[in-house]
Design a protein around this ligand. Sequence first.
Ligand code: MOS
Length: 715
Amino acid sequence: MATETTQAPWVGRPLDRIDGPGKVAGQVRYAAEEFGPGTLFAHVVQSTVAKGRVRAADTAAAKAVPAVVAVWTCLDAPRLARRQVAEYDQPALKVLSPPYHVLQDPAVRYRGQEVGLVVAETSLAARHAASLVRLEYEEGGAALGFAEDAEAFTPDSLMVPLEPDYRRGDLAAGFAAAAAIVDAEYLTPAEHHAAIELGATVARFEGGKLTVHTTTQDIHGARLCLANSLSLPMEDIRVICRYLGGGFGGKNGTWPHTVLAAFAARELGRPVRLELTRQQMFPLHGHRARHRQHVRLGATADGRFTALEHGISVQTDAARRFVEHTGEASPMLYAVPNVAVSHRGVACDIPAPTIMRAPGAAPGMFALESAVDELAAALGIDPVELRLRNEPATDPETGKPWSSRALAAALREGAGRFGWERRTAAPRSMRDGRHLVGYGVASATYPANRLPCGARVRLSADGTATVETAGTDIGTGTYTILAQVAADALGLPPDRVRVALGDSALPKSPGSGGSWGAVSHGTAVQEACAALRANLGGATDLHGALKAKGLSEAVGEATATPPKEKKTANHAFGAHFVEVRVDPDTLEVRVPRMLGVFGVGRLVNAKTARSQLMGGMVWGLGMALTEATVLDERLGHFVNADLAEYHVPVNADVRDVEVVVLEESDALVSPLGAKGLGEIGIVGMAAAIANAVHHATGVRVRELPITIASLAGEA
Ligand code: MOS
């Protein structure tokens, strides 16, 4: 762009994505495209019951289809050894990328489960033949409901350090001291990730070694899963994912289709490609769990919180029983002396839920930030002011100082920019013509984590450099920001830096997730560049030193490891302000204005950062108004399993979105000063919209998405 200057420092600048032109021109290859001549195509056969056993299979018609090479069901597929050959070096990996002993067991645990596989010379033949497989089931006893009295279990642990049952202070005393108490239940539906790119794997064996191109955010997790599923040593498996068409957490874990492709490739001795259909993505690729949350929040008459109780119930599957860490923000966000947060799972015969953008906080903060708004109304205190009155000086959960905390600054800056002072407190008190107008606010927060990460940098005598790490770019801008980081560290323009990502042959990475990608990979690249400089005797002019030594290349490699004990509480913060307009006759809700103000540390790239924050806010709009997957509680399938009926926001839904990033640099989170910002944009947005809808209409909607029916039902 002509407006950009062309000098260091490159970190912070709004550089265009370096992978953009290749993507637009169709020159880069996604996993599903990484196949050549001789590749076979596989299609999954799915169960048509939610619970039971496959009793018999008739595969004759499927086998008779021309070009079909193999038809297997869980009754007759080749047997797999069940050996754990690789260690799960992070607890979350056991949940997200467990071993899948595919097609070994006739048990059916959810409708849509993989119970067979057809492999053919063409994808159409495989899909057609799969439709001809006839299975008989012993069926019955599926638990599909999520009623209030459903039997719940307490998980042993959560995916984050928070205990499933967190307590501090004396809850009863806290509520006894309250002048006002909000006591309410909030419901959120199952939601699906809806990445444009479908889940896909191409697998091939050569000389006993497996190479897999697959759609994953986490190369290491996929490799672990394949190793333990197929009893193959890690070193015999190479996993590659150079480009992803969206991940959003759905591609953080590994799913059975990836194992099925490798299994078939090994059995048949030919490369196998397996791409799920959009409909298959719904049961076979994870979703955000349906939630029931009970919040009790008390405050004194002058608006000091005295007690918070946050009870979380999550509908999960019966096999993996993943319970989301939905209450993660509740112990740390506000100064509340007495707090209880509990997590429960309700195990059902449904497809497995998983993490989705801002796991934990996205559903959890809908409940908490709605309750704060309800309490503000009950107390007659402005909802921005109520939040400001409960700012904790240090982290109330750990007692540690904040690495940095910009919540109050975001609330103040946002209120000023938005024109919050124009808001009149009473519901239904603002109008524009015939439309009801509402203003809503909510806080946002997300942990600022950094994980151990490896990187290697090569500087060549021709004045170019190559950065290598197994980390992935899920569409967020990782290629671009790592070129910027290396450019500053090496004294080169970023167009001289090539970035290689997404390959298990490269230094190990924690993958892209948890908003830790930029800080983990960025720090590793900085340290690899420092190692390279040290290898050249600490030279200032690296290129000159290379020439003087007569070298064609210098290499630096490092594993950047954050300190084991954190001395500070590290989180990103923000505040959302939204305006809604509600048609008083049709009850249609529109959102003409959304403002997000964030304290997310130093930006590595102002353009990709803004895109991430904006993308999160837009998803929050979808969460508030359109997104829900509906489970048929008689038969166990998601009834709206495609993008025609699962509604993500489109351009007509998204009007004026403003993203403001406060000046902040947080060296305690990362040497880059960055905090990570891939997820915080969605956190709290649904509550801000629900709060604005209440302000506009006087109707408090506690169940997402907010629909015309939900407004009509209560109005
Ligand atoms: Mo992200 S939901 O942590 O992959």
